[in-house]
Ligand binder design. Structure first.
Ligand SMILES: Nc1nc2c(ncn2[C@@H]2O[C@H](COP(=O)(O)OP(=O)(O)OP(=O)(O)O)[C@@H](O)[C@H]2O)c(=O)[nH]1
Ligand SMILES: [Mg+2]
Length: 295
């Protein structure tokens, strides 16, 4: 609960190259599995909001898609979403795999005018010792994060707390996200796809929740998986429906873990040609296309 003194509240952006460990850190900071995680890069496509409320402080933590050179419309949208979060943030955690040595200056990865003068802390992920020399940047906060030992968590939270302005909480301190459950169901379906499907297939797959029957027991959820080609649909279904059943079971477990409630997941597969390259189809799947294209 907030104390009687002034409270603090603000937005912290988690940014960095694909696979740097952003979603892993978001989950560790919030203390709940919210964002999907994968050893494969580009698992996060849209920002994921996690709320951390403790004592006088509320942090609105925003996980972002990995910063990359976009090659198609979906990737353009992903980059734009990451930059949008940066524009809204009070402070930035720049994640970088510790095994790759010192992090480059964030202003060399994102447009400096987007970053502005926001405070940036480097987080070296995967358990490396903190490096200090930052190419072209004055020394600033550097933390090392290790999932296994929770190393770095307390220090990172303390730094974030210092960066956010005084102000009232924007959300109920009991809430852990601002996004609806159906968003997380669709995300967990994608995570299951990253775990079970071959190399390229998860990248061609999108998920959408069509129906969420409140009050049903078990909770009835109907969802559709979209792929780009008929051949991909066959692979997602698998022989005799084996693959889709395994995928549904895995995703259902993830949703049940989050909700603490039994779930019946009714899964469908559809072909939506070139959805990754089509503005109207991205929008249909709940992914806002990049600004430049949406006018
Ligand atoms: N062992 C270990 N693995 C980690 C740690 N942090 C991240 N990983 C692994 O690194 C991989 C990438 O993690 P993610 O959190 O999905 O990375 P991300 O930056 O969100 O990736 P994108 O969303 O694709 O940009 C996963 O396999 C994680 O389990 C860590 O501290 N220890
Ligand atoms: Mg991620």
């Amino acid at each position: 609960m907030p104390t009687s003194g002034p409270t603090r509240c603000g937005i912290i952006a988690l940014v960095g190259k694909p696979n740097a460990g952003k979603s892993t850190l978001l989950n560790a900071l919030v203390g709940t599995k919210l964002a999907i995680v994968s050893p494969k890069p580009q698992s996060t496509r849209q920002p994921v909001v996690g709320l951390y409320s403790d004592g006088d402080t509320q942090l609105i933590l925003m996980d972002t898609p990995g910063l990359l050179e976009p090659r198609y419309l979906l990737q353009e949208a992903m980059l734009e979403h990451a930059l949008d979060v940066l524009r809204r943030a009070d402070a930035v955690l720049h994640l970088h795999p510790g095994s790759e040595g010192p992090a480059p200056a964030l202003a060399t990865i994102v447009p400096p005018e987007t970053l502005g003068s926001r405070p940036v802390a480097t987080v070296l992920t995967g358990g490396a010792a903190p490096h200090h020399a930052e190419a072209g940047e004055p020394p600033h906060a550097t933390f090392a994060f290790t999932l296994e030992t929770r190393r770095g968590i307390a220090e990172i939270l303390a730094w974030c707390r210092e960066q956010v302005p005084e102000g009232p909480f924007r959300y109920d301190p009991e809430d852990i996200s601002t996004q609806p459950l159906r968003f997380f169901v669709a995300e967990f379906l994608r995570e299951a796809a990253f775990e079970l499907l071959g190399e390229e297939l998860p990248y061609a797959l999108a998920a959408e929740v069509d129906e969420f029957r409140e009050g049903s027991e078990p909770l009835y959820i109907r969802a559709t998986l979209f792929v780009e080609r008929e051949s991909q649909k066959g692979m997602v279904i698998g022989s005799g429906g084996r693959t889709i059943r395994a995928l549904g079971a895995l995703a259902r477990q993830k949703v049940e873990d989050l909700l603490g409630q039994q779930v019946y997941l009714d899964l469908w597969v559809k072909v939506l040609p070139k959805w990754r390259r089509t503005e109207q189809r991205l929008r249909q799947l709940g992914i806002p296309p990049p600004n430049a294209r949406s006018s």
